[in-house]
Structure formats: C-alpha cells, structure tokens
Design a protein around this ligand. Structure first.
Ligand code: PRT
Ligand code: ZN
Length: 283
C-alpha cells in the first residue's frame, strides 16, 4: 500500500485526481475526507494544503505526492522529484511598477520585494550579490507596490493578466514550475514497485496529451513522400486496401499539426483522412 498526498483543493486538485482516475485508480472523491482508500488499487490518497505536501513526503506521512515545483523548491525538504507531470505550468518572476525604468538586477539593490516565496528569492539574490529586503506575505502579493508596502514583487505568473491589472511588469523570470510527482527518499522495494507502475501509467497518459491518431489512404507510389510528412513511432502501420494500388497508413501526430499535415498529404494525392482522438500511448 502506498499513500499519495494531493492538494485538497486548489489549482492542482482536479488534474491530480484526473491523472489517478485515467491511470485506472478508483478513488472515492469526498471533499470532506482527509484520507481516501482506492477501491481497486493498493493506494490511498491524503488530501493536504499544497504547502504541507513536501514536508509530509519528506517525513514519510505520505510516500509520494503531487505538488508544484515551486513549493518543493521553497520548502527545501529533501525529497526525490520522480516525474514532471506537465500541468500547473507557471513561472516565478520579479515584477515592478510599469512606470519604473529597469535596466538590470541592480535595480533591486536597496529595494523591498513582497513574496510568498522568500527562500527561493533570497537564495537567488544571494547568488547574484543583490542586497534587498524581502517582505514575506501570504497572499495578494500583487497589490503590495500599489499600497506602498514594497517596491516590487516576486510571485507566480501564468498568463501575466494579474500583473497587468495591477500595473506591474515582469522583469526577471527566476524559475519555471509545473506539477511534479515527489517521493520519500527511503521507500521500501515493495512501495517502489507500486510507484514505478504508477509512473509508467502517468507517462502513457501524459505522452498521449495533445496527440491525435491519423488514418490516411495513400497511393502506394506516394508512401515514401507521405513518410516525409508524417512522423512515425517506429515504422508506420500500412494496411493494403481492396484497390491494390492503395494503402492505409496509421500513425500519431501532434494536434496542432493536423491541418498543415493534412494539406501536405492532400497535395501528394492522399485521400480520406480520418483524425481520431487518442486515449493512451503505451510504448
Ligand atoms: O490551499 P492551498 O495552500 O493548497 O493552495 P494555494 O492557494 O497555495 O495554491 P493554488 O491552488 O493557487 O496553486 C497551486 C499551485 O498551482 C501553485 O503552487 C503553482 O505550482 C501552480 N500554479 C499554476 C499557480 C498558477 N499557475 C497561478 N497562476 N498558482 C498560482 N497562480 C496565481 C498566482 O499566484 C497569481 O496570483 O495566479 C495569479 C497569476 O496568474 P496569471 O494567469 O494572471 O498570470
Ligand atoms: Zn498553498
């Protein structure tokens, strides 16, 4: 049995649960429960605030956990980062009022910066030799400059909309972040075996995101040309059609390439292009 810590509510909760669900792990989803056992797998879920997940995994209250890289870096607990999960993507950046002139990091010498991530920031400034006063605040960091509390902020940025609506501009990105699977450093072999299976399933799910399955009929003498257009996982699946001058080619492509590739295929004489959704890619 392994215990996985997930964010109880917030930005990472839904996608973390969806990942378990898509991995075939049934979890009773009761918002009020702190601990839920899976009905069909040797896994139980511990719901925590994201701030507490690195500590819980480090001290073994949970064996593994899903949390933002930013929390792992800030808390500084000694855990293994096992897998980048590709959701919850954001960056941690320094931002200053829009009307300020900014040349380089020296701007921050002697200034005050508000943040919920004082450890990441002080390490960064130390490494760069900048003397700056860090004001730790728990939330609504972005309003600190407008109320005269600080000169700048260091916070999570995703679309950048929050900065713009608070009259701020991003001047330095300090780290990229996304949700990661973290693990306790001394998991038993038995637990590691369960974790490895879980990572294998996560990989298959994540790999298939943004991918589509494409089926296309191609005149046999155009197969080589089609192979230049469509990438293949190993070698393409080619099936003969009733008309023996034609074959059907099956492969996987990136969703954002569908139109461009389809047009290229049509231009070499391909016909009947079918695009299907992909569920999992198990390699
Ligand atoms: O209650 P609990 O403590 O568990 O949750 P929380 O409120 O501390 O965290 P939550 O749920 O807001 O975020 C969880 C994790 O999601 C973070 O630790 C990040 O790893 C990740 N993440 C991804 C984000 C964002 N994107 C994000 N945009 N976390 C916060 N934001 C906030 C940011 O703080 C800022 O206020 O969104 C605003 C900026 O967004 P844009 O799009 O306007 O730039
Ligand atoms: Zn939090």
């Amino acid at each position: 049995m392994i215990r996985i810590a997930l964010q109880a509510k917030g930005r990472l909760n839904e996608e973390s649960l969806a990942l378990l669900r898509e991995s075939g792990i049934k979890i009773e989803e009761s918002k009020r429960k702190l601990l839920s056992k899976s009905g069909n797998s040797p896994i139980e879920v511990l719901y925590l605030r994201d701030d507490d997940i690195p500590h819980a995994v480090c001290n073994g209250i949970a064996d593994i956990g899903i949390v933002g890289m930013n929390e792992v870096a800030e808390r500084g607990f000694d855990v293994d980062t096992l897998y980048n999960l590709g959701f919850g993507k954001c960056r941690l950046s320094l931002a200053i009022p829009q009307n300020e002139k900014y040349d380089n990091l020296d701007y921050f010498n002697g200034k005050k910066v508000a943040t919920s991530y004082p450890n990441i920031l002080s390490e960064f400034f130390k490494a760069k030799g900048i003397q700056c006063q860090i004001e730790q605040i728990a939330g609504s960091v972005e309003i600190a400059p407008s109320i005269g509390m600080t000169d700048a902020i260091f916070d999570i940025v995703s679309s950048g909309g929050t900065l713009v609506s608070n009259g701020l501009v991003e001047v330095e990105k300090i780290m990229d972040s996304q949700a990661v699977l973290i693990g306790n450093k001394s998991l038993s072999q038995e637990k590691m075996a369960i974790v490895s299976k879980l990572i294998f399933r996560f990989e298959s799910i994540i790999r298939s995101r943004g991918k589509k399955y494409i089926l296309v009929n191609i005149p046999n003498d155009k197969i080589e040309a089609a192979l230049q257009i469509l990438p293949c996982m190993k070698s393409p699946t080619l099936l003969p059609l009733a008309d023996k001058n034609w074959s059907a080619m099956h492969t996987v492509i990136d969703e954002d390439e569908i139109w461009e590739k389809s047009e290229q295929l049509k231009s070499i004489g391909a016909e009947d292009i079918l695009i299907l959704s992909m569920e999992k890619m198990i390699l």
